[in-house]
Ligand binder design. Sequence first.
Ligand code: CTP
Length: 388
Amino acid sequence: MKKAVIVGGSNGIGLAICNNLIAKGYFLEICDRSIPEDGKLDTNSFHFNYCDLSVFDESVFIPLAEDLDVDLLMITAGIGRVADFQAHHLVEIDKIITVDTISTIKLIHIFYSRILSKKTFYAGVMGSISGWMSTPAAAVYAAAKAGIVRFIESVNIELELAGTDNRILDVSPASFKGSKFYGGKNDLTITSPLADQIIEHLFARDTRFIPEYEETFKAVLERYHDDPHEYGLHSYQYKKDSGRIDNSKKVKIGYLSGTFDLFHVGHLNLLRRAKEQCDYLIVGVHESGKWKGKETFIPLEERKAIVGACKYVDKVVDSCREDSDAWDLWHYDKLFVGSDYKGTERFVRYEEYFKDKGVEIVYFPYTQGTSSTQIRKTVMMKTNENKE
Ligand code: CTP
């Protein structure tokens, strides 16, 4: 049975492409963060693989690339934002470039021996018209899409020189409706005609498809090339006038602090749960356990290095005297802590302090059976037993 891999197939144009391919008799390997909405696709026609391109996991894709029944790869997953550059948080820049450019190129690399072979293989990526010209008020998105568009253009030459007829299709539309991209809803009646056109170009093994090129975008691109500066000014004003620029803060920053002496699974559980609830996790490490009347075994710099190496942690800092002082520095949205702190004088005070600051305090279940104190005690006990 013919199989197709659709990365980002649960929503928007990816979902419409899935529908089209199912009608053509394909079985789909859908790779996405969420499962297609109920009723949108025939459940016997696809298999769902969880993937999040912002944290690339090649183990999801390698078996699919090795499956010789797969003869089609379409990457439609992408993120972007219409906002002034200064409204982007560093972590957002990272995410956009990682998903739209780096992970997409890695994915192509995983499937590249299939594309490079003489056997027919269909490959395509959703680029964007933003990759073909300047896009003020979406500068990071434009950079990411320009990266992928130039990559595809370059690698298609290598494919041609290698003697295969397979190509990578760059689908570069302007914004379109019927997807969740700009906060809309999945509407297959809108996206299906575009999906049909994309599939046609994919099967023709074309290199580039700009929807509505002759009608609209040929002239738009010409205007841009004639006078990029004038075009850019006009493009910014148009977005502004149509109310599409959204400079609100999008990234959820999380913060937690601890001593992290003798790193244990209770620490790990806390960090994992915290990262599940924010985009960027900052961890403050206390200089010592003195404030709790406890001794620490591991020096501060080593504890910081250990916590920083944990994949859930984005940034490690020296903790402040109070987590409320750390808020002045990091303006975090969520403060995490183990449930053993609920009702303590410190956290009652924080709840009061953060009440009108839009900061949520999240208490996670304390992991029973372990703590730095417990480990210290056990080690001491064993050492004393051995001495006796
Ligand atoms: N924590 C947890 N489960 C554990 C131990 C700690 O959820 N079994 C959480 C704490 O609630 C705190 C964070 O981990 O939010 C960091 O605490 P830290 O003081 O480093 O951990 P402890 O192991 O509790 O240290 P100690 O025994 O020295 O007090």
